[in-house]
Design a protein around this ligand. Structure first.
Ligand code: EPU
Length: 336
C-alpha cells in the first residue's frame, strides 16, 4: 500500500514533523521487489528506526519503511552461532533476544535506538564494541534493479561510524537481513571502557557474563542519554573528531585536561562532547532546541522544534568549536 503526504513525526526519534510525498511499509523482500517493479521511476528513501536522521524539510520521495521481521539461527558451530535478523527488527529487542538464547557478542550494544537493518550502515558502536566485530554478512535489494545482493564483512569496509553503505551505496540498497556471528560459550566479554568497568566493580561483579554487561550498559546509558520516547534526540549528533598527534599535543598544552584516545601512532580521537562543553554549549537551550545537560554531544528537541532549528544550533556549535580549537566537527546523523 502507498500512502500520500504521510507524516513522519512518529518515524524519527527527533520527533520532527516532516512529511513524505509517498510512504510504504515493507514487510517482505518479495513485496519490495513487486512494488519496485510497479513503480520503477520514483525517487526512493529507505527509513529504518529513524534514530540517526534529522529532517529539515519534507521528503519529495517515496519513503520505504523497513518492517521486515524474523530472528532465526542459520548455523551452529562448537563455540559460535550465526543468526539472521530481519532488517526491520528493533535493535535493542534483538540484543535482549540474543542474551535470552545465551548468546554473547551484542551486550555492549544494548539500548542503542534503531533497527537491525540500519546497524551496519553507520557501524553502530558503544562501550568498546562495534557491530563490525560480530557482523558476518547482509542481504539486500538493489533499489534500481530489484536484484537481491549480498555483502560480506570485508566488502562492507567498516570504519568508525562508517561503511560502504554510507558512502558508495548510500540510498542505493534496502537491507533486508543481517547475519551476526555470536558466541555460545567462552564469551569474549569486553569491559575495557572505563565507565563500564567502574559500574561492574561498583556492583561487585568480577567475572561478568554477557547479561551483566548488558545490564551495566543499560544503566550507564539511562543515566546519561535521554530516552527518545521522552525527549526527541538522535544520540550523538557529531562524530568524535580524529586529529593528528601534533595538534593534540598543542591542544594539551593549553588544556591539560583534554581527553584523547590514540587511534594510531599519528592520530588521536577527541571526545566531541568535551569540545562542545568547553565551548560553553553544554545544557544550553535556544528556544525549543538545545544540548542535553548530561551529555553535550546529544542535541535535543524540547518539543515542537523544526528540523531547521536543530540544524541551526548544530552549525553554531560547529562554528564555535572550530573557532576555539581549529577542529571541524562532522555530523554523525544523516541531515536531510
Ligand atoms: N565529555 C565531556 N562533556 C560532555 C560529554 C562528554 O567532557 O558533555 C567527555 C568526558 O571526558 C568523557 C568523554 O567525553 O569521558 C567520553 O564521553 P562518553 O563516554 O559519554 O562517550 P562519547 O565519546 O561522548 C561515544 C559514542 C556514543 C557511545 C559512547 C559510549 C560517538 C560519536 N559517540 O560517545 O555513541 O554510546 O561513546 O561508547 O562515537 C551514538 O553514536 O549515538 C552514541 C551515543
Amino acid at each position: 500500500m502507498i500512502r500520500a503526504q504521510h507524516s513522519l513525526q512518529s518515524y524519527n526519534t527527533f520527533g520532527i514533523d516532516a512529511r513524505a510525498r509517498w510512504f510504504s511499509e515493507i514487510e517482505t523482500p518479495d513485496a519490495l521487489q513487486a512494488l519496485l517493479k510497479q513503480h520503477p521511476d520514483r525517487p526512493l528513501f529507505v527509513l529504518g528506526g529513524g534514530s540517526n536522521l534529522l529532517l529539515t524539510r519534507d521528503l519529495d520521495q517515496w519513503v520505504l519503511h523497513n518492517r521486515i521481521s524474523g530472528k532465526s539461527i542459520v548455523r551452529e558451530e562448537a563455540n559460535n552461532v550465526v543468526v539472521r535478523i530481519g532488517g526491520g527488527e528493533n535493535w535493542h529487542e534483538t540484543v535482549l533476544w540474543s542474551l535470552q538464547q545465551g548468546y554473547g557478542g551484542l551486550e555492549n550494544l544494548s539500548l542503542i535506538p534503531g533497527t537491525a537493518g540500519a546497524a551496519p550502515i553507520q557501524n553502530i558502536g558503544a562501550y568498546g564494541v562495534e557491530l563490525s566485530e560480530v557482523f558476518e554478512r547482509l542481504e539486500a535489494i538493489d533499489l534500481q534493479t530489484g536484484e537481491r545482493l549480498e555483502f560480506t564483512a570485508e566488502e562492507a569496509a567498516f570504519g568508525y561510524r562508517d561503511s560502504l553503505f554510507k558512502r558508495a551505496l548510500k540510498g542505493k540498497i534496502f537491507i533486508t537481513h543481517i547475519h551476526l556471528k555470536l558466541t555460545r560459550q567462552k564469551h569474549a566479554c569486553n569491559t575495557s571502557y572505563g565507565a563500564l568497568k567502574n559500574t561492574l566493580e561498583e556492583w561487585g561483579i568480577h567475572a561478568p557474563a554477557p547479561a551483566d554487561i548488558s545490564r551495566a550498559v543499560i544503566h550507564i546509558r539511562q543515566s546519561k542519554l535521554p530516552d527518545p520516547a521522552e525527549l526527541g534526540n538522535s544520540g550523538s549528533f557529531f562524530k568524535n573528531p580524529v586529529i593528528d598527534k601534533v595538534q593534540f599535543e598543542s591542544l594539551r598544552q593549553q588544556y591539560p585536561q583534554v581527553p584523547g584516545y590514540p587511534m594510531s601512532d599519528a592520530q588521536v580521537k577527541v571526545p566531541a562532547g568535551w569540545l562542545i562543553e568547553q565551548a560553553g554549549w553544554k545544557g544550553k537551550r535556544v528556544g525549543s532546541v538545545g544540548t542535553y545537560p548530561k551529555q553535550a554531544l546529544v542535541l535535543v528537541n524540547y518539543g515542537g522544534a523544526k528540523g531547521e532549528a536543530v540544524w541551526a544550533l548544530a552549525r553554531q556549535i560547529m562554528a564555535d568549536v572550530k573557532q576555539q580549537f581549529s577542529i571541524d566537527l562532522q555530523p554523525e546523523v544523516n541531515v536531510l
